[in-house]
Design a protein around this ligand. Structure first.
Ligand SMILES: Nc1ncnc2c1ncn2[C@@H]1O[C@H](COP(=O)(O)OP(=O)(O)O)[C@@H](O)[C@H]1O
Ligand SMILES: [Mg+2]
Length: 344
């Protein structure tokens, strides 16, 4: 089955699409205006030359008199009135074409204004989406820190108190049972908090590196989705990747796997990440995440922000992302992110 491909983004941040687009539109506009003026002037000169040549020919051969002589035998057809009628037709044609010309000019001005407005809206849209991604990342960071530093510390303190209650010689057996139950509950809550922190801030990204963090994330999903076979290959040089790129790779995998769990009903998932020379396109990181699930109609409007977030993260690094899917034919996310050099 052939997948329908749709590029959702392929721009670089170095040249914000819509701003560049806007600039380009303006340049084309200026160029087109100059071309139109030159071509109108050329046509006028041509008409003037033809008129002068016609006048010279008419004068030289006394054309009106000749015409009068030729048409005299057909006086009943009133052919001698033809020049006057042709003059009226010519004036009418001038009036007709000038009206069309001004109409076309007005339409062109409207279209240009709409294009400029569209470019501005696109820029604004892009800025908002980027702001949303940045805000989400900062909030996740702050939340993970608070959960770890505040809630985590308090939970440990409560657990230590419960443990000393459990070990206390003076307390009666009922208190020991309550303490044991408290410890079990605290362990459960602690496990949940740790899971949340892991979702908010990738485990090991800072200390163990991006590959370990992604493997950890994928292993988490493997245990959460036991019926899905997740194949993963990470090839190439990841050591040199900066934190921003590492985080983008991690978030792409995380969001794609979340989507697979929520929407795909897939049985097989393939994740391929190749960095540096291992990637076909040299100094790029190539990412492919494909499943064999239910797929989606990409032409239909999508409500969520996950794919938008993916697009914005990749775009911020000067990369491109392509989605391919068909109902019943799986879903595929392909991205390419420059190794370095693009602004982050
Ligand atoms: N792997 C997938 N399989 C099928 N449909 C998907 C998949 N990933 C995304 N989609 C479709 O794309 C839509 C948008 O996804 P997303 O932007 O992540 O938002 P959300 O997950 O919050 O709905 C989803 O609602 C779903 O219809
Ligand atoms: Mg989603």
């Amino acid at each position: 089955m052939t997948l329908r491909f749709r590029t959702i983004l392929a721009e670089s941040r170095k040249s914000p699409a819509s701003v560049e687009q806007g600039g380009l539109t303006m340049n084309i506009t200026v160029g087109e205006d100059a071309d139109r003026k030159i071509s109108a002037r050329r046509d006028m000169v041509l008409i003037a030359v033809i008129a002068i040549v016609a006048a010279v020919v008419c004068v030289k051969f006394n054309l009106s008199e000749a015409l009068l002589k030729w048409t005299r035998p057909f006086e009943r057809l009133q052919l001698d009135e033809l020049p006057a009628v042709l003059l009226v037709v010519a004036i009418s044609l001038i009036w007709f074409s000038s009206r069309r010309y001004f109409e076309a000019n007005r339409q062109l001005r409207f279209r240009r204004a709409a294009e400029v407005q569209l470019a501005e809206t696109l820029t604004e849209n892009k800025r908002l989406a980027q702001q949303y991604v940045d805000m989400q990342e900062n909030e996740r960071k702050a939340l993970a820190r608070d959960l770890h530093d505040e809630l985590g510390q308090y939970l440990i303190a409560i657990k230590l108190d419960a443990m000393s209650m459990r070990e206390s010689m003076t307390a009666d057996p009922g208190v020991h049972d309550v303490a044991r139950a408290m410890i079990a509950n605290i362990d459960r809550v602690y496990g949940m908090v740790t899971g949340l922190i892991r979702q908010l801030r990738p485990v090991g990204l800072d200390d163990l590196g991006v590959t370990a963090a992604i493997e950890h994330c994928v292993n988490d999903w493997r245990s959460r989705l036991p019926l899905v076979t997740i194949e993963m290959s990470l090839t190439g040089e990841f050591e040199a990747l900066d934190e921003t790129r590492g985080l983008v790779l991690y978030r792409l995998v995380q969001e794609a796997l979340t989507n697979i769990a929520r929407h795909a009903k897939a049985t097989r998932v393939q994740i391929r990440i190749a960095a540096g020379p291992a990637a076909d396109s040299g100094r790029c990181i190539e990412i492919l995440i494909a499943d064999n699930g239910a797929g989606a109609d990409l032409s239909a409007p999508r409500p969520g922000l996950g794919l938008v977030g993916m697009r914005e993260r990749v775009s911020a690094l000067g990369g491109s992302i392509t989605l391919a899917s068909e109902r019943g034919g799986g879903f595929q996310v392909k991205a390419s992110v420059p190794m370095a050099g693009a602004p982050s």
